[in-house]
Every structure is written in C-alpha cells, then in structure tokens.
Design a binder for this molecule. Structure first.
Ligand code: PLP
Length: 417
C-alpha cells in the first residue's frame, strides 16, 4: 500500500524537494512520491506498439517554409555558431518588434522590452520563477498546458485554477472573480488555448485585465498559437486598455513556422519586469540557437501570404479530422484556434465498453490504430473528474495521415454498436 502521508500535494508543496514539487505540479508524481509514468508516455508507447497514427503529440510532421530552413543552414555555413547575446540577437529583437507593430500596432523597444528565450517554455519558466514566491498564488485556466503546473510547483507558489467548460471553453465570470484575491501574484493566460482550442472573447480578456488591476496581479500571456486562428482575429492581451503596464507576452517560432525543435521564443513587456525576468533567464540558458535566431529573424519578415496561409491550410485539416471524429460517434467541439480539437466521448460510453475517456484513449490505438491524449492529463484531480470524457486530437499532421486517421476513427462507430 502506498504511504498516504507521502502523497504529494500540489497545493502546498510542503516538504517536497524542488524536483518533486515540479513533478507533482505536472501530474508526474505517483502516489508514493516517486516518478510515475505520464499519460503522454503511456499513450505514446501504446501508439508505437500498435503502429497507430499518433494524433496525441502536438507537433507538426511537416516542415516550415524552405527559405527559413535555408537561412538556418546558411547561418551555420557562414560561421554564426557562437553564443548570441543573452537577450537575443539585435536583429531578431528588431524583427519581433516589427512583427508586433505590423500585426498589433504595438511599439515595444527591442533594447529593453524584448528578450529572446529558448522557446516559450523557458520564457514561461523564467517569468514565473522571477516573479513568484512561496505564498503567492498563480491563477491559470483549467485544463492547462503541463509546463505551467510544473514551474508553479517549482516556484513554491500555489496553483489555483478557473475551469473552462464545453462547448465554448470560456470561463464563467463569477468563477473568475472568485478565483482572484490579494495573494494572486500572476494570472497566466494561454490564448489561443491548448488543449481546448478556444480563443477567448474580448469580454473575457477585458475581465481578466480588470481583475488583474483590481488585485495588482501581473498578467502573463502565452500566445504561441497567435497565428493559428480560424475566422477570428487574435487579440494580444497587452493591447487592451489598462493591460500594457502589467502584461508579459510570451510567444515562439515553433508553431508559426512549424519548427518546434528550434526552440526560439521571446518575452516582451514593460522594461522593469523584463529586466527582472532576464536576470533569471540569463542563468537558465544564457542564450541559445544563434543560427536558428538568424533564420527566425527572416521568418518574422515573411509576407502576409505566408501568415494567411498558415490558418487556411490547418482549417482544412481541422475539418478532415473533425468529420472522422463525428462519424466515430464523438461530440466535436470545433476549435477557434491552435491545432487541437477536443472530442467528447460521452456518446460512446453508454454501452459499457469504456469506463471513461482515459480508458477509451488507452484502448483506441489497439482498436482502431489512432492515438489521442485524454484531457484529464492537463488538469488537477477535480478538473480531471470534470473532463473525464474528453480527448485531445492534434491535426498538425500530413494530409495522408489525417485522412487515414479519420477513416480509422470512423470505424469506431461500428465497433461500439
Ligand atoms: C500553450 C503552449 N505554450 C508553450 C508551448 C511550448 O513552446 P516552445 O516549444 O516554444 O517552448 C507549447 C507547445 O506545445 C504550448 O502548447
């Protein structure tokens, strides 16, 4: 029997080593206080074992624009292979500022208001570690991207959440108001949102800004899917009235240019906060990926045709996968952003073949040869209960793979009958 007294509590972090707080925050710690197998690892192993099409993993299997790949190769050939400056190459910071001007009419100072990070992930970690201390609360929406829980756990702060409910996955205003208090140091927003695919309404974003001001909290906003929206414009939180002086915006090249392995991200916001975050970031990685920074500089300057094309291409893939999921018998919540779609397995659970969405996700690779991630993997215990019929499918895959995946999924309907 596991020793109940050793059960980790993500809420208090009491007495746990930093690695354990990190693991507990990301649902990686078993009941006995040791590392467990994550549901991500488990599903990946099942996908491999069954030669399944893996729609669980959230990275594209097609490369980005050839000209930026060529720019990276050229940079290496030309000898740009030593440390970049700690805050990033000056031309990349210029390009980030120009991109923010072009798309959002913002004017960040590339010298003092932008730093380049090793992917958005390092930007998020450096920001939370710089700004929060034990006793503080960091508020996120739930389900949440797994690195948030991990870093909040490491920081020693308390992770509080506001649930997002189907079908639109917007937060309830009263629940949002109730979640803020004097201890709320950071509200961590992810918009467009992984895993639900929601793009928050202007009203929701405005409410977040109003509450952050009222409770003197910093808004940290992860906008890595800024160019992946379907029929809705992306609104950076920092553009809303009253937001700019307390908002840290984080983005990255990974999703926009389909180069998740390059790990080039950036953090922008008021100079005072950026200096604080940079202090921590310097001693995490100092800097990284000089040739990739050069290539991303070029990517940010690509024409509107490229930027408009990203969502157009993905929208078609979204429809192919969604049709297959509907035919399988899932209820599908059409995303307004990201490359994920949430499918509700509730209509498939009545026959008793699957106990819940997690059980279905475990059986799916063998039954039909497709893998997906159950949404409880992105939640604390209570949220996991609430979302236990939901699965996340990624559609950033080749057309062939998606068409075959959709065909295989559709056969689930006959299996369950
Ligand atoms: C919401 C969110 N934030 C951050 C990241 C990681 O970004 P990067 O690869 O730039 O570190 C991801 C990747 O899946 C993500 O979904």
């Amino acid at each position: 029997m596991p020793d109940e007294s050793a059960r980790p509590s993500p809420d208090t972090g009491g007495g746990l080593a930093p690695w354990q707080r990190t693991a507990a925050g990301a649902n990686l710690l078993g009941a006995d206080g040791h590392l467990g197998v994550t549901i991500f690892e488990e599903i990946t192993a099942l996908a491999v074992k069954n030669n399944a099409i893996n729609l669980g993993q959230g990275f594209p299997d097609e490369g980005g624009p050839e000209e930026i790949a060529q720019a990276a190769r050229q940079a290496i050939t030309d000898g740009h292979n030593q440390y970049a400056p700690g805050k990033g190459l000056p031309q990349l910071r210029e390009a980030i500022a120009e991109h923010q001007q072009r798309f959002y009419s913002l004017n960040p100072d590339p010298e003092t208001e932008i730093i380049v990070s090793t992917g958005a992930t390092e930007g998020i970690a450096a920001t939370l570690l710089a700004l929060t201390r034990p006793g503080d609360e960091v508020l996120t929406f739930e389900p949440f991207y797994d690195s948030y829980g991990a870093v909040i756990g490491l920081s020693g702060a308390t992770h509080t959440t506001v649930p997002l409910h189907a079908p639109d996955f917007e937060p309830d205003t009263e629940a949002l108001e109730a979640a803020f208090n004097a201890r709320t140091r950071v509200v961590l927003v992810n918009n467009p949102h992984n895993p639900t695919g929601t793009v928050f309404s202007r009203a929701t974003l405005t409410k977040i800004v109003e509450l952050a001001r009222k409770h003197d909290a910093v808004i940290v906003t992860d906008e890595v899917y800024e160019h992946l929206t379907y029929g809705v414009a992306h609104t950076p939180v920092t553009t809303l009235p009253g937001a700019a002086d307390r908002t840290i915006t984080i983005s990255s090249a990974g999703k926009t240019f389909s180069v998740t392995g390059w790990k080039v991200g950036w953090v922008s916001g008021p100079d005072e906060l950026i200096a604080q975050i940079r202090t921590v970031k310097t001693f995490m990685s100092y800097s990284s990926g000089t040739p990739f920074q050069m290539a991303v500089t070029q990517g940010l300057g690509l024409g509107n045709e490229f930027y408009n094309g990203i969502a157009d291409k993905l929208a078609r893939k979204k429809d192919v996968l969604s049709d297959g999921l509907r035919e399988a018998g899932f209820e599908v919540y059409s995303p307004r952003g990201t490359y994920f779609v949430i499918a509700d397995a509730a209509p498939l659970l009545g026959g008793g073949r699957f106990t819940d969405g997690i059980d279905l996700a475990r059986q799916l690779p063998e039954l039909v040869g497709v893998a997906a991630i159950p949404v409880p993997a992105f939640c604390h215990a209570e949220g996991a209960e609430r979302t236990n019929s939901l699965l996340r499918f990624a559609f950033c895959k080749t057309d062939d793979k998606l068409t075959e995946g959709a065909r295989r999924l559709a056969t689930l309907h006959d299996i369950v009958e």
